[in-house]
Design a binder for this molecule. Structure first.
Ligand SMILES: [Zn+2]
Length: 118
């Protein structure tokens, strides 16, 4: 199947829905866990669970930002262009990662210079 913006948009919208649900779910579970710990051992487990929740939540929030950014780029016609060098991002890369912001070379350069992924 050839790559198309339509397909990318669909994948991004699906991802957006999934991430929003995930965030909603994390909010709910965090809310429910408040006030249910009466024992030391539970507190430790809960602190760990909450740390995991926070990590998951941050990850989901970051991904959601990336996905919404990519959707915005689809709208303004800059989707699929590397944000660093302006080159067209490899199709295979976009299929694997619809919200990719950089071409492989710029991505590798960023990872190498320790400026984080994406
Ligand atoms: Zn680039």
């Amino acid at each position: 199947m050839p790559f198309s913006y339509e397909k990318a948009k669909q994948a991004l919208l699906e991802e957006q829905t999934k991430l929003k649900k995930q965030l909603e779910h994390l909010k709910t579970t965090q809310h429910e866990s408040i006030g249910y710990s009466n024992h030391m051992a539970d507190d430790a487990t809960e602190a760990f669970d909450q740390a995991v929740d926070v990590t998951l939540k941050r990850g989901a929030e970051t991904s959601l930002e990336e996905v919404e950014r990519a959707l915005g780029k689809l709208d303004d016609g800059t989707y699929g262009l590397c944000e660093a060098c302006g080159a067209r991002v490899d199709r295979a890369r976009l299929e694997a990662l619809p919200h990719a912001r950089y071409c492989l070379e710029c991505q590798a350069r960023r990872e190498h210079s320790g400026k984080g992924s994406l």
